[in-house]
Structures are given as structure tokens and as C-alpha cells.
Design a protein around this ligand. Structure first.
Ligand code: ADP
Length: 728
């Protein structure tokens, strides 16, 4: 619907933000007769193109009105909610990103801004066609129930070709009526939730009251795994629906999104809208349009759902709030938990953070009185928390090609003999993390990144997990030429499954790892097989660690608990604790008691001690004091900067230049330039700087003052990461 309108001299001027990496909105003339308010989606010319943008406010007036181009058309969609516009500005400022790039996150389906597309559905008219065939009779039999169906549905249900249906339409036996192409979202049914325990009810009451208050608050729902946090926040979702508001639930993994989706459907009798990066264009259009028009009331989604235009948003839940995958690392670098709290504050609605292992950031906000906390101490019903024990691998003295201790092997055998299920956790994809020549010691490295090649035996390739480079495993060592001397070192999940096959040849096993599972349907199938008891032993990476609820699962084995502690990441201990606690929490979720065996070379490490003794809070307060002493987050702020380019010398020099031109501020410490831990990535050399400042320091204005005027050569990129979580 593009109206061609001509600018009149008395036209007024608006500023329009475009979903492109541009630093500010541009002014455009509004032709007379065109009504455009703030938030309207409009089409405007940009060079030779026509781009859809959003009216951000009155014209700024920095360009002579004579030179301005006119708005060309108005999209027939509701305006962007004002709080979402404020959110775009806020996120852009906080993350030091162009506002247009943030706007692009809110416009993930342009088709959804068009009028809904219609399609024809057919019903039987009762008229009998002159010529009747068996195929025609089958179609009319299907249509006899009076329901309207698309031609495709009629063909499928009657088992006929499209020509048969077409013939019946022409003969007047079927009559069409217009329906929206995208299926609508039926309203959820209320009052179907389970009877809550006293503790659950008390927590739910508080959350529901916050929803009814329609004011901003952040509440941490801190409950052990299996305590019913999901049931409790679904009560709050129901309260939001009853208040006529929309609700948004964010989860860290698509697999979890699907599980909640089913749970939601069982409870509310209808399907919520689901949003994640794997959706097709068509699904995206359907969700986006329904959400934007207020027709879909609940969205369950991954972090990017935070940018959906939900005009009546009244509750945001962030489940597994501690999870690192809420941090978006590419493009606009943001943390969905932190930005979620901002969205709640701008939209005046409550935010609920749920976790059994809250992040230090969140706990510090609780301590400072900024966030509230509700606690669920026990698992629901008869379920108890599992017994957690360490296996000291120093004592085990396993041969180099074995990774499962005798104790864990015996426990696996016992569990399976009792008809129960087990899980082996190893956060390493592929067969072996390192391939080494036994003759000369050569290590197989990625040619374009500083990283080892990981053997994937199912694919029969060596793969770089950083750049995606892959090659066939060579027969001869590329360094010394020795034949068949390349040897797999260390375990990945594929190798573990090989070991299990030798230890427990009868066991039915499956591997859950992101390179063997490519789409949500695969995940669903695997979860269903696990629930149906068709799998005895699930071997998996972190993909399997979170959220899943398998009633028959009573044993969890952690193969290498020390893995996450290597590498010197600021949050290594905290993250390892969270991850292992989560995976341990999969055991014994119903009547049968669960147990967890953690294989480690450091049973005395604080993380292992905290896991086995259940001393979460003591461990975290120790972590907190260590960080406080070093002024590290959450007691100080960091900004990571990575310069990358094809020539090392150029990137290093630019790094030094950047440091030299950094504004002086006593509170700020600048570290680097230094080669990044992944010093080469996809052929680009990487140099990093790290900026450290006190929490209250106005870091954004400092960044603007420092970096706005920096001009980089075309092949060099600067990535700015405010509050970094990865230091690679
Ligand atoms: P969490 O989110 O804390 O891990 P869930 O909400 O998934 O816990 O609850 C764990 C299991 O216990 C789920 O199967 C859930 O349906 C069940 N459950 C929790 N609370 C209740 C309740 N009040 N009545 C019936 N079942 C419940």
C-alpha cells in the first residue's frame, strides 16, 4: 500500500529511524493528507531504495527543508509501542550501538506490517454435482461435517488430487469463504493450574499481586530444581492474561522453549506464540503480526523475543536467568536479562527472574535491595534433591583411552538393571578435542583460527569449532608424513558413547549434542524417546543440562567436571557451579531418589565442595568477596574491545593508537592491547583491550567521547562489548 504523495510547502517534518546501522534518525517531509504519528511505520526513500522505518519524533531540523525528501507511504500496522521505542534508544546507548541496528531487532518481519493475507476455505453447499465419481464422493464425505477447509486439507483428508477439489468448486458443490492465511491464536483458558503447595502459593500470590499493580519491579524466584518455579510463574502469566495484558517468557534454549510450549498447551488449552531464530519467514510473520496486533497474548521465546512489539506487555519472565546464552554475542551485543529489566522499567511492568542457581549479578541486586527474592526450598511432592558425590580421578588411574571410572560404570550398570534411566554429561562435542601425531607430536590446528581441530567421527572429519573449517582426517601426518599416526586425544561425547557400548553393550543410548541435532523436531523426538523410556542412557553436552524433566532418570554422571574451570574466565567457577548443579538437578525428579557422580581431579575445589555439601550460598559469598577485592563485576564494570583485521601489524598499531587517544579518567583502567585468546579467527587477527571502571562510572559517555570520532580502515572492525561474558 504505497501512496504516492507530493510534498506541499506547508508539509511538516518528522525524523524517521531506519533499521540500518546509521547513527541517528533522518528528517523527512510529511506530505499533506498523510497522517503520521510517532511510532508509525513509514516508507521513505534512501538513495535509490525505499526503506521501511519508524517515525521517531518531530523533525530535528538539521537539514534545509527544501532538500528533504517526502515520506512515501504509511504501513497499515499499529504504531510501534512507545515503551519499545524508548527501549531501542536505551539499548543503543547502553551497548554503544547505532540505534538503527537495535531497531532492526524489533522489525524481524516486514511482511507482518502489511495487511493480513487472506485465503479461501471451502464448505459443502449441499448441491450434488451432475457427474459423481468415487473421488468426488470422498471429498463431499469429508466436507459433510460442515467445517470449512482449505483445498489442500480437502485433498489430504480425502486422498484425492487437487483437480478433484477444483472440479467440485466449479460444479458449485463447494463454496469458498475468505479466511486469514495465518492461523489465529485462540485465547488461553484460565483456572486449570495445579493445586499449589503452601510455599508455591505464597510465592505465586506475591507475583500475581505485582502483575496487578502494573508497576515495575524485579523479583528473583529462587527455588531448587524441581521446586515448581515454572508452575508458580505460570500463575503470574495467568494473572497478566486476566488483567488483559500480554506476557513474555524467555528461555535460554530452543529445546526448553518446546517443553514449556507443550506444558503451556496442556494447562491453557491453546498454543502460545513461539519465537526463536530458527523460525521460517512465514512463522515469523504469523507470530509478529499476531503479537503486534495484540491477538497473541503469550509469547515463549529465546532472547530475541525481548524486542517483539507487544503493545500490552504486562509481565516478563526470564527463566534460568543465570544462563550465559541470554548474552547475544553477534551484531548488537546485549544481555537479555539486564535489558529485560530495563524493558520492564520503561513499560512499567514486573519482571520475574527464575533460577536454582542465580547469577552473582542478580544476587547482588537482591542484596542491594533493588530486586526482591522469593524462595522455594524443597522439590515438589515426594521428590528429593539428589545425593551428589565426587569420584576422585587421581585415585582411579584409568588407562588413557578410558574416561568412565569403575565407580561410575558400576552405578550405570546398577541403574539400568533397575529399569531406570541415566545421563552422562560431557560438555565437549565430537569424538576427541585434539588430534596428535604419535611420531612427531604435531597437533592438528585450524588453518584460519587459533584453535585445535576437533575430530567428529560420525562425519569422518576434523572440524574447527570457531570458524566451521573442516577437512577429512588425513592418513599421513601433514608434518612428518608418518602413516596412520594421527591419534585422538581426550574424550568428546561421540567417544564416550563408544566406551559405553563396550561397558554396557545392551544399553540403548543416544547422544544429545548440537552438531548431531539440527532442528527443533530432532530435539522433540529425542525428548519424546527419553520420556517414553526408549532410551536407557542419554549422553550429552550442555544442550541436555538444562530444564528437562525425565521422571525415570535417577543417575547423572559428570564425566569431566574440571573442564569449565580451565581458561581463566572471570566467571569460570560460578558458571561451572551453575552448570553442574543444573545437570545434577535432572536426577530423581519424581518418587525415585536420584544420585549424581562427579568425576574430578580436584575434589577439594570450592565448586566441588559446594556441589557435594549443598553449600551454594557460602560458595557464592566467597566468590563475591573475591570479585569485590578485585573490583570485578558485579562490583566493577568491564568493557571489552576487540579490533580485528587481516593484517596483524595494522591491528596492533590501531590498538596502540586507541589506547593513546583514550580520554584520561582516574577511575578508568585500560588494559591492553594484547592478542586475544583466539588471536586468529577466520583469517582475521584479533587484538583486545579491556576497560575497567567502578559501577557508577558513566561508561557510555566515556565511550562516546573516546570512540565516536575514530575512523578505522575499511577492513578493520571494532567490536565493543559492554559487560562482557566471553573473553575470547
Ligand atoms: P522447576 O521449574 O522449579 O524446575 P517445575 O515447575 O518444572 O519445577 O516442577 C517440577 C515438576 O513438578 C513438574 O513436573 C511439575 O509439573 C510438578 N509440579 C510442581 N508443582 C506442582 C503442583 N503444585 N502440583 C502438581 N505438580 C507440580
Amino acid at each position: 500500500m504505497t501512496e504516492t504523495l507530493f510534498p506541499e510547502p506547508e508539509s511538516h517534518v518528522v525524523s524517521v529511524l531506519l533499521p540500518l546501522p546509521l547513527p541517528s534518525p533522518y528528517d523527512y517531509l510529511v506530505p499533506e493528507g498523510l497522517e503520521v504519528g510517532v511510532g508509525a511505520y513509514v516508507e521513505v526513500p534512501l538513495g535509490p531504495r525505499v526503506v521501511t522505518g519508524v517515525v521517531w519524533g518531530p523533525g530535528v531540523g538539521d537539514v534545509d527543508a527544501q532538500k528533504l525528501k517526502p515520506v512515501e507511504g504509511l504501513k497499515p500496522a499499529p504504531p510501534m509501542p512507545k515503551d519499545l521505542m524508548d527501549f531501542v534508544d536505551w539499548v543503543a546507548d547502553y551497548t554503544y550501538t547505532q540505534p538503527g541496528s537495535v531497531l532492526a531487532l524489533t522489525m524481524r518481519s516486514r511482511a507482518a506490517l502489511e495487511p493480513p493475507q487472506m485465503t479461501l476455505y471451502y464448505r459443502a453447499t449441499g448441491e450434488v454435482p451432475e457427474r459423481m465419481t468415487a473421488a468426488r464422493a470422498r471429498v463431499l464425505e469429508v466436507a459433510a461435517d460442515g467445517m470449512a477447509r482449505s483445498p489442500r486439507m480437502l485433498c489430504e483428508e480425502a486422498g484425492v488430487s487437487s483437480g478433484v477439489v477444483k472440479g467440485l468448486i466449479e460444479a458449485g458443490a463447494l463454496q469458498g469463504e475468505e479466511r486469514p492465511l495465518d492461523a489465529p491464536y485462540p485465547p488461553p483458558q484460565m483456572g486449570q493450574g495445579p493445586k499449589l503447595s503452601k510455599a508455591q502459593q505464597a510465592a505465586a500470590d506475591v507475583l500475581c499481586e505485582r502483575v496487578r499493580d502494573k508497576a515495575f519491579s524485579v523479583t528473583l524466584l529462587d527455588g531448587v530444581t524441581g521446586s515448581g518455579k515454572t508452575e508458580v510463574y505460570l500463575e503470574a502469566v495467568e494473572a497478566a492474561l486476566q488483567e488483559g495484558r500480554q506476557a513474555l517468557v524467555l528461555l535460554p534454549e530452543i529445546a526448553l522453549t518446546l517443553q514449556l510450549f507443550e506444558r503451556f498447551e496442556r494447562r491453557f488449552g491453546s498454543r502460545p506464540a513461539v519465537w526463536h531464530s530458527g523460525l521460517s519467514q512465514k512463522e515469523r510473520r504469523r507470530v509478529f503480526a499476531a503479537v503486534h496486533r495484540g491477538e497473541a497474548r503469550v509469547v515463549i521465546g529465546a532472547r530475541s523475543a525481548l524486542f517483539l512489539p507487544m503493545p500490552e506487555l504486562g509481565l516478563l519472565v526470564i527463566d534460568e536467568e543465570h544462563d550465559a546464552s541470554f548474552k547475544q554475542e553477534d551484531g548488537v551485543v546485549y544481555h537479555a536479562r539486564d535489558m529485560g529489566a530495563v524493558r520492564g522499567s520503561l513499560g512499567s511492568f514486573p519482571v520475574v527472574l527464575a533460577s536454582a542457581t542465580p547469577s552473582l549479578e542478580t544476587l547482588m541486586n537482591v542484596e542491594a535491595g533493588k530486586y526482591d527474592r522469593l524462595v522455594l526450598k524443597a522439590r515438589h511432592g515426594a521428590a528429593r534433591l539428589p545425593e551428589i558425590d565426587c569420584v576422585d580421578m587421581r585415585q582411579e588411574k584409568l588407562p588413557a583411552d578410558r574416561f568412565i571410572s569403575n565407580r561410575l560404570a558400576a552405578a550405570l550398570e546398577e541403574t539400568l538393571a533397575q529399569g531406570e534411566q541415566a545421563m552422562l554429561f560431557l560438555n565437549r562435542r565430537g569424538y576427541a578435542p585434539l588430534t596428535l601425531c604419535r611420531t612427531c607430536g604435531h597437533r592438528m590446528m585450524s588453518p584460519d583460527s587459533s584453535s585445535w581441530l576437533v575430530e567428529h567421527r560420525f562425519l569422518n572429519r576434523l572440524v574447527c569449532h570457531h570458524s566451521g573449517f573442516s577437512m577429512e582426517k588425513p592418513k599421513f601426518c601433514p608434518n612428518c608424513g608418518a602413516e596412520d599416526s594421527l591419534h585422538a586425544c581426550g574424550p568428546g561425547v561421540e567417544r564416550l558413547s563408544e566406551e559405553v557400548a563396550t561397558l554396557l553393550p545392551e544399553a540403548r543410548t543416544a547422544i544429545m549434542s548440537s552438531d548431531l541435532i539440527h532442528n527443533p523436531e530432532d530435539v522433540e523426538a529425542l525428548i519424546a524417546a527419553m520420556e517414553a523410556g526408549e532410551i536407557d542412557l542419554l549422553i550429552g553436552t550442555q544442550m541436555m543440562a538444562k530444564g528437562h524433566h525425565f521422571p525415570q532418570l535417577t543417575l547423572v554422571g559428570v564425566v569431566d567436571a574440571d573442564l569449565g574451570l580451565k581458561g581463566g574466565d572471570l566467571r569460570a567457577a560460578e558458571r561451572t557451579y551453575q552448570m553442574l548443579h543444573q545437570v545434577a538437578g535432572r536426577a530423581g525428579r519424581e518418587e525415585k531418589p536420584g544420585r549424581v557422580l562427579i568425576q574430578t581431579y580436584m575434589p577439594e575445589h570450592d565448586v566441588m565442595q559446594a556441589l557435594t555439601s549443598g553449600g551454594r550460598d557460602a560458595f557464592l559469598s566467597q566468590e563475591a568477596s573475591a570479585r569485590e577485592m578485585l573490583n570485578m563485576p558485579p562490583f566493577g564494570r568491564l568493557v571489552g574491545l576487540v579490533l580485528s583485521g587481516p593484517e596483524l601489524g595494522v591491528v596492533e598499531k590501531l590498538g596502540r593508537d586507541l589506547v593513546a587517544r583514550a580520554p584520561r579518567a582516574d577511575a578508568v583502567r585500560l588494559m591492553g592491547p594484547a592478542p586475544a585468546p583466539i588471536a586468529l579467527l577466520r583469517g582475521r587477527h584479533r587484538v583486545r583491550l579491556l576497560l575497567k571502571a567502578p559501577t557508577r562510572f558513566p561508561i557510555q559517555s566515556y565511550l562516546h567521547q573516546w570512540l565516536d570520532a575514530v575512523k578505522l580502515p575499511p577492513q578493520v572492525r571494532l567490536r565493543v562489548d559492554v559487560d562482557p561474558y566471553r573473553f575470547l
